[in-house]
Write a protein that binds this ligand. Structure first.
Ligand code: SAM
Ligand code: DTB
Ligand code: SF4
Length: 328
């Protein structure tokens, strides 16, 4: 496994002929995984909207005028009902998201109770609650959390254009606490925010230089939500070519061959052929279920049909034993 990828090397991968890139991605994928298995994670927004942060892509920031209504933390019984439905539909992991800068006080303990109950249902548990300190990470580990999602979102230089209320280093600190407490890291980013190819290479380099690599790498295609600056301001405009998105997936696969690369937000807008190319590029995880946090997603039946057409199977659990553990 390599942890010394340079931005130039990754940019060179972006320049490869498409077929050559896909071939390399397939080799990396097949050396490490069953290439016909895809991990299914279901998301639930347990605390929606009203977030004090200024992430310019996010419909949940209180700074932008979007259709998202603020809601209080959901009751545990409702969350458990949603987790049960996700399990019955075949998801192996349940991911809870909260629109917080960081978790605090009693609300944090309530989320810890939810995690305990999800673990009792024999599902993998993931949470994304904003920044964590060392004590909070230790507490999440104690209640059995398997994965913590915290994205880098963009290349360090481009990041400054997108978020001002928390620094890149603060993000890295949270990831350090997650690692230090023995949880798996889910960390990726967004493409399609008006960044250059060099910036996309820079984002992948940041991820691929982490040692170990994040176990899960969500690659989100920006969902342009009315009212958010990235959807409204010219500065961020310009649609990303679909092949550039597929290339980004392939490059994540090549540079982080043992990680679960997730075809994440934006799938609702993708046709079956595009999704099939993403799987061919080495994506082996998706968000499964009709909703992401506030935005729509393909519904489960739709995904089941696509899986049948492509001969894909849901992965049981993304524990290390499901990997082939062979380096590409
Ligand atoms: N508040 C927490 C945080 O920021 O870490 C957790 C929830 S936040 C919504 C999780 C991730 O969702 C963000 O880091 C970003 O990558 C993704 N996201 C949010 N809005 C998006 C959009 N419009 N399109 C694509 N991805 C988005
Ligand atoms: C991630 O990388 N993408 C997910 C999850 N981690 C939490 C969230 C996507 C959010 C899309 C916009 C919305 O639903 O509000
Ligand atoms: Fe808040 Fe997370 Fe949205 Fe940023 S991405 S505004 S921190 S919910």
């Amino acid at each position: 496994m390599r942890y010394d990828w340079t931005v130039n090397e990754i940019e060179a991968l972006f320049e490869l002929p498409f077929n050559d890139l896909m071939w390399r991605a397939q080799q990396a994928h097949r050396a490490n995984f069953d290439a016909n298995e895809v991990q299914l994670s279901t998301l639930l927004s347990i605390k929606t909207g009203g977030c004090p942060e200024d992430c310019k892509y996010c419909p949940q920031s209180s700074r932008y005028n979007t259709d998202v209504e603020s809601e209080l933390l959901m009751k545990k019984a409702e969350v458990m009902k949603a987790a049960q439905v996700a399990k019955e539909k075949g998801a192996s992991r349940f991911c809870m998201g909260a629109a917080w800068r960081e978790p605090k006080g009693r609300a944090f303990e309530l989320v810890c109770d939810m995690i305990t109950e999800i673990k009792a249902m024999d599902m993998e548990a993931c949470a994304t609650l904003g920044m964590l300190n060392a004590d909070q990470a230790a507490r999440l580990k104690e209640v059995g959390l398997d994965y913590y999602n915290h994205n880098l979102d963009a290349d360090p230089d481009y990041y400054k254009e997108i978020i001002s209320t928390r620094t890149y280093d603060e993000r890295l600190d949270t990831l350090k606490h997650v690692r230090a407490n023995g949880m798996s890291v889910c960390c990726g980013g967004i493409v399609g925010m008006g960044e250059t190819r060099r910036h996309r290479a820079g984002l992948v380099a940041q991820l691929a230089r982490m040692s170990p690599h994040p176990e899960s790498v969500p690659i989100n295609m920006l969902i342009k939500v009315e009212g958010t600056p990235v959807a409204e301001d010219e500065q961020f405009s310009g649609d990303l070519d679909p092949f550039e998105f597929i290339r980004t997936i392939a490059i994540a696969r090549i540079t982080m061959p043992g990680s679960h690369v997730r075809l994440s937000a934006g799938r609702e807008e993708m046709n079956e052929e595009m999704q099939a190319l993403c799987f061919l590029a080495g994506a082996n995880s998706i968000f499964y279920g009709e909703k992401l946090l506030t935005a729509g997603n393909k519904d489960a039946e739709n995904d089941q049909q696509l899986f049948a057409k492509l001969g894909l199977r849901p992965m049981k659990k993304a524990t290390p034993s499901s990997r082939r553990m062979v380096n590409a």
